[in-house]
Each structure stands twice: as C-alpha cells, then as structure tokens.
Design a binder for this molecule. Structure first.
Ligand code: MG
Length: 122
C-alpha cells in the first residue's frame, strides 16, 4: 500500500466513523479546501521573506503551518475521492503535460506574472 493509499484509507475511516460522508459533496469540499488554504495564507499574510524564515524555524509556528497543510491535503484527497479522480494519476498526467508546456530548454530559470510578464534569466 502506498503512502497516499494509506492516508486515503485513514481519511475515509475518519469521515465514516463520524458519519460526515453525507456532507461531503464536491462543492462543499472545495469550499472547505479553500477555507483551509485561507487559514494557511493567514499565517503568511504581511510577513517578509526574512520573517517567514523565522516562522519556519520556530517549532511551534511551523507546527501550525504543518497542520494547515495537512488540512489542505485531507480536503484535496477527499475531493478527489468524491469525484472519482485518482489524484496520483492526475498529478502524473499534469506533470507530463506541463513538461510539454514548459520545456526546460526554453523556460529554465524564468517565470512570468500576468501583470509584469516574463522575469528571470534573459
Ligand atoms: Mg485548518
């Protein structure tokens, strides 16, 4: 059993034991997922890169970030489960698609922003 299968099984058992399955429709799972992303973003809001380095090296603060990342993964896995999407296969397929979209020779060291265009190596 892979790590993701083991986690998926634990999540399923957790929700089943609490009879929460009845509430887990894709729309509400997506809203819950976005709420958890918002909770994580709240920890990062207004902090500089230097301040974030301190947060990440503080065990108590890092633990809170870990918990939000876990909440995000739990809802993401549950959403994938409810929509009958194999999250590993979908991720592998998307990575392959991205390889074609962003060929290393063309894009290495470069990123773009919709407002400011291409940044990085010229
Ligand atoms: Mg949370």
């Amino acid at each position: 059993m892979t790590d993701i299968e083991r986690i998926r099984k634990k999540i399923k058992e957790f929700n089943s034991d609490r009879d929460w399955d009845q509430y887990h429709n894709p729309k509400d799972l997506l809203i819950a997922l976005m709420s958890e992303v918002g909770e994580l973003a709240d920890y990062y809001r207004w902090l500089s890169h230097e301040e974030l380095k301190k947060v990440h090296s503080n065990p108590e603060q890092k633990k809170k970030i870990e918990e939000e990342i876990a909440d995000i993964l739990i809802y993401l896995i549950t959403l994938a489960e409810k929509t009958d999407i194999d999250i590993i296969k979908a991720t592998e397929a998307k990575l392959e698609k991205n390889k074609t979209k962003y060929p290393v020779k063309k894009i290495k060291g470069i990123h773009s922003n919709s407002l400011e265009g291409i940044k990085g190596k010229e």
